[in-house]
Structure formats: structure tokens, C-alpha cells
Design a protein around this ligand. Structure first.
Ligand code: FMN
Length: 550
């Protein structure tokens, strides 16, 4: 019998893209295109009010520890929380075709991630606590079940007043429909993006957030109602991914996360039946079910790690950022992927350093969004710098945990010079590896996508793969993608703030990327690519409002 470890390693190898062969997929079958919107027919729909006018809160303020005073729970604050994290932000139109885009990005815009909330009684949302599914198209909550006061207290008694829970799940089929076997990876990337979106959204309301990493996936599925065969029938199932605590105030580390959350009573009455997303599935991808099974987490002690050796905010930024271009709302709701980069826009060294500094946790663990996850960085960056003023074009490395510098040095090509970048903030472990024009190489390894060479810089996210799985178990395979997605989400918003754009790149040739960095050992693996630069807009596409609620 194959062990969970062997299954994960086998899945990762099998779903690599090679120059001569892509990971298995079927190509697009439009007749079975999945519905991007899950609904629970028969569940009460609670509309969330959209505020009129823009909130003036500056984007930079989200990252300061005393950023925003916590806002009380109300329909308005819950509405903004979902608006900034998972809502529609535009409809696009080209010819007769329209399609929605959201605050959270998604590979192929297929949106496998579903959001849930377990909320207390809130006037105009519910007289009692309840479990809700977020419906992005309607910007509304579907009430799946009601919880009595005793059950609500049982779930939340160890958490501060004003706390609530959020869950994320994935419909693997939505991605597999297009991307076949590699889809499990993309679903996890999307979870990571959504997790960062939720954390950033919470910050706009002055709320803290922590992933409850000790809770088993079976319990999460039960708490969110995903284990209810009777409500799904033939509808596509959702895989439980994450349970998150949102709170006006949280101690770090969150020791109360070790408190086990018990399952719901079987007597609860649930409302609503899940819709079927595709009328048929022309193909099944059993490897996805197998890797999902191999990465499911049992209840465990939460991860607790020492961040005292990490830099302070001053060490990361030299001058901490206290001004900027955009409001938080404009950055979040205006975020967009670039479909093409102009091949000419450059960014300044300071902007570049500032973007990278956002990606590193601080020693006080106050740095958002890294305060939401308890593990030290396992994702490091192999950078292709094309157009950063005052920085020689070439390959660079950003080591997000300085304890890993030596390990990365010995894993990568011995020809690299590992020269610390002069004049960059002392907390930033940024190294020149090799000078030179790497535009063509960056595009080639990103499945030949020109955006990787035409941006100001692009990058490969190199995961501390084997050691992470050996330390935390095979379930952590998912966490590596989540962390990459979080890094990516910050790059998206930082690019907006800098007046440029970013794009996630899930399509890359895995082993050729490793060869580019001279990585031979399987210990380090590329988990995601990204590009940042000056976008070219497609003039044939028009933008329509996300909602028409007036
Ligand atoms: C995990 C992930 C992988 C992606 N891979 C690619 C890619 O390889 N090439 C590309 O052009 N865009 C890629 N994208 C960008 C998506 O196509 C984009 O997010 C989606 O179309 C929605 O558009 P938006 O980001 O503007 O909301 C990726 C996005 C994510 C989140």
C-alpha cells in the first residue's frame, strides 16, 4: 500500500510540466463547464448591505500594528469583510461574452474556493448564531443552520469576545475540468490567495486573524456542513481546507488554538441542497482524490515556532512606510492580473525593496498577513530582475528565513556569487546570484509566457519541500501552496500600490526551473511563479460594475 508520503511525492512528480510533456489534462469541454457559483437551494439568503462611497483608509495603514481600531460586528462590517476578501469586483465584457472577476484571484478564473462563516447572533443577519455560506454573485450569506446559545458558547468560549470563525473549502472539479491532474496544486494556491485576502480584509476592520491549524479536516468539514451526504446528493463535493479565527484582538501565539473544537450534534437542522455544477463529468481524476486524502490533517497540537531571530519593521524597511498612493479599498477592489506586460516599465529600487520587505515576517509577529499563520517561512524567492532602476539585471534570491541561507546556498549552483545587495535594508536577505539578461530564460521556464520576461521582475517560489514534509507531515503539502498564494496576494496589492500590476503564474516547467537555479536535489521544489511590471490593457474588453444594488 502507498503511504501518504509516497502519494504526495508521487503526485508532485507526476504533475510537473516538462518541455516535452504537460501534466495530464483533457482540454476544454465547454459543454461540461462548471458553474462558478455554489448555491444551497432552500437556504435563507441574507443580503449584505453595500456601503455608499469609498472608505478613505490608506493602504499602507493596514500594515501598521496600531492600524485601525476594531469595528464592532454588524451587517455592515461583515459585508465589508466579505466584500474585500471574496466578492465580485467587476464584470468584464468582450463582444457578447461577459464574465465576473473577484477580489481573490484564481487560476484560469475558475474559482474553486468557497467561503463559510460561523457567526454569533447579529441583528439583521440572524437572531441566533449560525453557519453561513458566502454567495459572491449575490453578495449574501446563505444560512445553512442555526446554533443555539449553548453551542455557540461551546465553540467560542476560549476565544475573545467578538470572535467568529471562517472556513474555506475547495471544489476540486472546478479546476480539474480545465487543468486535469495539476488542478489540486492550483486549488491550494487559490486557498492561499483567499487566506491572504481574508487577513487583509480583516485588517481594514481592525480585526486580527489566526489559522486554527490544530483542528482536523474532518471536524472542519463537519462544522461547515460539508460532510452531509444528504445535502450534496450528486452535486460536486467540497474538500475542507482551513478554519480561521477572526477576532478584534488575539494573543500571539494563539495558545487557545490548542483547544479542540467539537463536532456539531447530529440533531442540528440544516437548510439547503447544494447545486450541481456540471451536468456531467466526462472524465474523473482519481489522483486528485488520492492526494486530497493523503494530505488530510488529523487533530494535532498547533505549530508554535520561534520568530525572535526575524528582523524588526525598521530593519526591513529602513524607513517604515507611512504614506502611499492608494486607499485600501482601491488597492483591494482594483486589483487585477495583467494579461500582458509592456516590456519597458521599470520600478525603483526602493519600491522593489519595499515589496520584498512585505513578504518577510517580523520578530514581534505583528506583521500582517504573516501573523495569521504559525509556521516560519518555507517559501523563498528565486528572482529574475529585468528592470529595477539601480539594480543590475540578473538572478537574485530572497531568503525569507535567514536561517536557511546556507541550506539554499548549498542547494543551488556553486557558480552563484551570493553577493548581498548593497544598500538594501539590513533585514532583507537579498542576494545577487548572477548578473545578466534573464528575460528569455524567465519566459521559457514559465511555459513560454511572455509576461515573465516583459515585467520589471518575475520570480520562482522555491519551497523548502522535503524538510517541511518531514517536519510537519504530508498534510503540509497544502500549506506550502497556501504560503505561496499568500506571498502572491501581497505582490498583487503591492503592485497596485506601486502603480504597476502583477500576475500569478501557475504554468511553469518544474524541473527546468530547478536547473535554472542549479537545484539538483528534490529537497527544494518550485511551487509557484509570479511577475510584476507595467501592464498592457486589452482595449477590446470593457468593465462593468460588480453589483447593481441601487
Ligand atoms: C494560482 C494561479 C495561477 C495563475 N496562473 C496564471 C498563468 O500561468 N498565466 C496567466 O496569464 N495568468 C495566471 N493567473 C492569473 C489568472 O488568470 C487570474 O487571476 C484570473 O483570470 C482572474 O483575474 P484577476 O486576477 O484579474 O481577478 C493565475 C492566477 C492564480 C491565482
Amino acid at each position: 500500500m502507498t503511504s501518504a508520503e509516497e502519494m504526495v511525492a508521487g503526485y508532485h512528480e507526476r504533475t510537473k510540466h516538462h518541455f516535452h510533456r504537460y501534466a495530464a489534462s483533457l482540454g476544454l469541454d465547454w459543454a461540461t463547464q462548471p458553474d462558478p457559483f455554489r448555491r444551497y437551494a432552500g437556504a435563507d439568503l441574507v443580503s449584505l448591505p453595500l456601503p455608499k462611497g469609498e472608505r478613505a483608509l490608506p493602504y499602507w495603514q493596514l500594515y501598521t500594528s496600531a492600524g485601525v481600531a476594531p469595528v464592532p460586528l454588524s451587517p455592515a462590517s461583515i459585508s465589508l469583510f466579505f466584500r474585500y476578501a471574496l466578492s465580485l469586483t467587476a464584470w468584464k465584457k468582450a463582444g457578447e461574452t461577459t464574465w465576473p472577476l473577484r477580489a481573490n484571484p484564481s487560476s484560469g478564473n475558475l474559482h474553486p474556493t468557497e467561503g463559510y462563516a460561523i457567526l454569533p447572533a447579529i441583528e439583521d443577519i440572524g437572531d441566533a448564531a449560525g453557519v453561513y455560506h458566502y454567495a459572491p454573485k449575490e453578495h449574501a450569506l446563505e444560512r445553512r443552520t442555526v446554533l443555539d446559545a449553548q453551542r455557540w458558547n461551546e465553540l467560542t468560549e476560549s476565544f475573545p469576545d467578538g470572535s467568529f470563525l471562517v472556513g474555506l473549502s475547495s471544489v476540486h472539479w472546478r479546476e480539474a475540468w480545465k487543468y486535469g491532474e495539476r488542478a489540486f496544486r492550483y486549488c491550494q494556491h487559490d486557498v492561499g490567495h483567499a487566506l491572504a485576502c481574508l487577513r487583509i480584509s480583516a485588517a481594514t476592520l481592525g480585526w486580527k486573524m489566526a489559522v486554527l491549524d490544530g483542528v482536523s479536516d474532518e471536524t472542519i468539514a463537519n462544522l461547515l456542513g460539508l460532510d452531509r451526504d444528504e445535502d450534496f446528493a450528486v452535486a460536486e463535493r467540497e474538500e475542507a481546507d482551513l478554519l480561521i479565527l477572526v477576532s478584534p484582538d488575539l494573543p500571539i501565539p494563539l495558545l487557545s488554538a490548542s483547544q479542540p473544537l467539537t463536532k456539531h450534534s447530529e440533531k442540528l437542522i440544516w437548510q439547503g441542497k447544494a447545486n450541481t455544477l456540471s451536468r456531467e463529468h466526462a472524465v474523473a481524476w482519481p489522483i486528485i482524490d488520492a492526494v486530497a486524502q493523503a494530505t488530510r490533517r488529523l487533530e494535532s497540537a498547533p505549530i508554535e515556532e520561534d520568530f525572535s531571530g526575524f528582523p524588526s519593521e525598521e530593519e526591513l524597511f529602513s524607513t517604515p512606510i507611512r504614506q502611499g498612493l492608494l486607499s485600501a479599498e482601491t488597492a483591494i477592489l482594483g486589483r487585477r492580473s495583467a494579461v500582458a506586460m509592456d516590456g519597458s516599465t521599470s520600478i525603483s529600487r526602493d519600491v522593489f525593496f519595499g515589496m520584498l520587505a512585505r513578504l518577510v515576517p517580523t520578530q514581534d509577529r505583528e506583521g500582517m498577513p504573516w501573523d495569521a499563520i504559525p509556521w516560519r517561512p518555507r517559501i523563498h524567492l528565486g528572482l529574475f530582475v529585468h528592470r529595477v532602476d539601480g539594480l543590475a539585471p540578473g538572478m537574485y534570491a530572497l531568503v525569507r528565513d535567514s536561517d536557511k541561507v546556507d541550506a539554499l546556498k548549498s542547494a543551488m549552483s556553486s557558480e552563484f556569487c551570493w553577493q548581498r545587495v548593497a544598500d538594501c535594508p539590513p533585514g532583507l536577505h537579498l542576494y545577487l546570484l548572477e548578473e545578466g539578461d534573464c528575460r528569455a530564460q524567465a519566459a521559457t521556464v514559465s511555459c513560454g509566457q511572455a509576461i515573465a520576461g516583459d515585467g520589471a521582475f518575475s520570480l520562482a517560489m522555491i519551497a523548502d519541500y522535503q524538510d517541511s514534509l518531514a517536519t510537519y507531515g504530508s498534510g503540509f503539502y497544502r500549506n506550502l501552496f497556501w504560503e505561496s498564494g499568500m506571498v502572491g496576494q501581497l505582490l498583487y496589492l503591492e503592485a497596485e500600490e506601486a502603480g504597476v500590476r502583477a500576475t500569478g503564474i501557475g504554468c511553469y516547467f518544474d524541473d527546468p526551473v530547478h536547473e535554472t537555479f542549479g537545484i539538483v536535489s528534490h529537497d527544494w521544489q518550485s511551487f509557484y511563479h509570479f511577475t510584476v511590471g507595467g501592464p498592457i490593457d486589452d482595449g477590446r474588453i470593457t468593465t462593468l460594475p460588480a453589483y447593481d444594488f441601487d
